[in-house]
Ligand binder design. Structure first.
Ligand SMILES: Nc1nc2c(ncn2[C@@H]2O[C@H](COP(=O)(O)OP(=O)(O)OP(=O)(O)O)[C@@H](O)[C@H]2O)c(=O)[nH]1
Ligand SMILES: [Mg+2]
Length: 348
């Protein structure tokens, strides 16, 4: 029973990518742009194509419409309520992962309104069981924080508080995290490097040595010279499968989910190998029994069946591992091209 419980929670864990981001950090814009960009398909060097789409037509239509609103020159309004989206990531049409994204009102994260405490608690508990946590912060906020603006520093520090809250709730310090600096078109390449360094140093609970977690940082943008004049979108929207690093947070999430699956497969493989060894030993004992004893108590068939079935599992898990490792090595160059990944504070 315990075993099947574990499998269930792991499957749950595979499914959720949680966004953390205060109001105006760029969550909604990212979701609309990502859905548009990755539904077109991201092509790997070997010609295989990765697509990310919602299987629900009404959601896909909603996403297209929101994207179209941007191409028509209007930024989306800030959320007043939450919208849930479901996505499938497929490689060669085969499903690699399905995941949910919740596009909520960022202001709920740092509200001081006691009346909203239940709604906030509901949101925080929806982040539990995540395969990966993505923390959004606008490049504008980071730059201002670097210039010692108090409010922006508070916003950046608040990401640590949110992470701490997750750790407190889940007791799971192994969930990988990624910092996504959005609106990167607002900064020059030099400024971006500094912004990443600054953010990393601020968030020692994720990037420090001794944390033992996988933490990554990336920068994303929806285009060039983008600005907002009373909701009007000015500048160039550039949306494509790899434009502006829009794919990177999803590629990182895939990387984390596949790594989880590899760990799971290794666990199943080693327990099948143990079963196999035990059954082999039992078979040896069985074969050394006297013919007389065997006549009254013959376990040979039962044992051989166990050997066969663990052998089957070993074969299946080995095959799965080859497949998973293949996919992982395929996405790795994309990931390392667009993100800095740290394990226990050391850069990969
Ligand atoms: N320059 C630039 N600005 C951006 C980009 N993406 C978003 N913005 C700006 O950031 C604003 C906020 O983005 P949203 O996606 O609405 O932010 P949000 O996190 O969903 O905010 P809430 O719904 O309030 O939680 C937009 O209205 C744009 O002005 C970008 O890639 N470049
Ligand atoms: Mg929003």
């Amino acid at each position: 029973m315990l075993h099947s419980f574990n499998i269930n929670t792991n499957m749950e864990k595979n499914r959720k990518i949680s966004f953390y981001g205060l109001s105006r950090s760029g969550k909604s814009c990212y979701i609309f742009a990502m859905a548009q960009a990755l539904s077109q398909g991201l092509c790997f060097p070997d010609g295989e194509i990765l697509t990310v789409k919602s299987p629900i037509p009404m959601q896909m239509a909603k996403l297209y419409k929101s994207y179209q609103q941007m191409t028509d020159g209007r930024w989306p309004a800030g959320n007043t309520e939450s919208v849930d989206y479901n996505f499938n990531a497929r490689l060669r049409l085969e499903k690699l992962m399905s995941f949910n994204l919740k596009d909520y009102r960022g202001g709920l994260l740092d509200t001081c309104d006691e009346d909203e405490i239940d709604e906030q608690d509901e949101l925080f508990s929806s982040f539990e069981d995540s395969a990966v946590l993505l923390f959004f912060v606008g490049a504008d906020t980071v730059i201002k924080a670097m210039e010692k603006d108090v409010e922006s520093n508070i916003k950046l520090n608040f990401l640590s508080t949110l992470y701490e809250n997750f750790l407190d709730r889940t007791n799971d310090a192994r969930t990988p995290v990624m910092i996504v600096i959005s609106k990167s078109d607002m900064l020059s390449p030099q400024e971006l490097l500094k912004a990443k360094e600054f953010t990393k140093n601020k968030l020692q609970s994720m990037f420090g040595h001794g944390t033992n977690i996988t933490a990554a940082i990336t920068t994303v943008t929806l285009g060039k010279n983008l600005s907002n004049e009373n909701g009007e979108l000015e500048g160039d929207l550039i949306i494509g499968p790899t434009a502006g690093n829009i794919h990177i947070p999803i590629i990182y999430s895939l990387f984390c989910v596949i790594s989880n699956k590899i760990e799971e497969a290794i666990g199943k493989l080693s327990s099948a190998q143990d079963d196999y060894k035990n059954a082999q030993n039992e078979l040896n004992n069985e074969m050394s029994k006297s013919a007389f004893e065997k006549f009254f108590n013959n376990n040979e068939n039962k044992i051989r069946n166990r050997i066969n079935s663990s052998n089957n599992i070993i074969g299946k898990e080995k095959e799965a591992l080859i497949e998973l490792n293949n996919t992982l090595s395929k996405i790795k160059p994309f990931l390392l091209n667009g993100a800095d990944v740290y394990i226990n504070g050391t850069k990969l």
